[in-house]
Design a protein around this ligand. Structure first.
Ligand SMILES: O=C(O)c1ccccc1N[C@@H]1O[C@H](COP(=O)(O)O)[C@@H](O)[C@H]1O
Length: 210
């Protein structure tokens, strides 16, 4: 199970994520979040991240030029877009040399499945709650009938205590509707926006034990 820890802002909790064995670490560039960081801060932070770990810049509803400039200045390897951007924008991000994660709510995913199923296969999919970063799980039952293509990530209200239950609701690891990875932010915080090293460690351990 691929594990991404998102919304990191401080060296100590970033180090905790690396030490715990996270596969990816995320930095929020979307404005208005308690986790928002700037490109210079992230550039400094990721000097301590081994190259084997994916570094993800998270954006929401920002102009593409700003996304590319910020991701380049920060030095992240991957761009995650949350604003319902058209697939052509993700294509341009990929052409610029970044990995891509297309974050959609369940409703957005089901709409895209109707309108543009081939577009859904071009970028790694992340399914999240309607309000990203709010720590709210969403009802995944519709995915049994219409599971995403392989390699997708599940986010939305995951915690060390509920990650197994939420994966079991999708049929468990290896089932047709199961994600390839999990992504967490609120569930590894002691208070909103404040990451907690012990919770990060517990989350990675719980995900690895699935
Ligand atoms: O974390 C935020 O504040 C945020 C803001 C804007 C876009 C995405 C954001 N976070 C993403 O939300 C999920 C995790 O959410 P949760 O808190 O665990 O429910 C993850 O994909 C973050 O990258």
């Amino acid at each position: 199970m691929f594990v991404k820890i998102c919304g990191l802002r401080e060296p100590a909790t970033l180090a905790a994520a690396v030490q715990a064995g996270a596969d990816a670490v995320g930095f929020v560039f979307a404005p208005g979040s308690p986790r928002t960081v700037d490109a210079d801060t992230v550039r400094q932070l990721i000097t301590a991240v081994p190259h084997s770990i994916e570094t993800v810049g998270v954006f929401r509803g920002q102009p593409l030029d700003e996304v590319l400039l910020t991701a380049t200045a920060a030095g992240v390897s991957t761009v995650q877009l949350h604003g319902g951007e058209p697939v052509a924008e993700l294509d341009r991000v990929k052409s610029a040399g970044f990995g891509t994660i297309r974050a959609l709510s369940l409703d957005e995913y089901l709409q895209q499945l109707e309108r543009d199923p081939s577009g859904l296969r071009r970028h790694r999919l992340l399914l999240d709650a309607p309000v990203p970063g709010a720590g709210e799980p969403f009802d995944t039952s519709a995915l049994h009938a219409q599971p995403p293509h392989g390699g997708w990530l599940l986010a939305g209200g995951l915690t060390p205590g509920n990650v197994r239950e939420l994966l079991d609701a999708l049929g468990g690891v290896g089932s047709a509707a199961s994600p390839a990875g999990v992504d967490v932010s609120s569930g590894v915080e002691s208070s909103r926006g404040q990451k907690d090293a012990a919770l990060i460690e517990a989350f990675v351990a719980a995900a690895r034990a699935l």
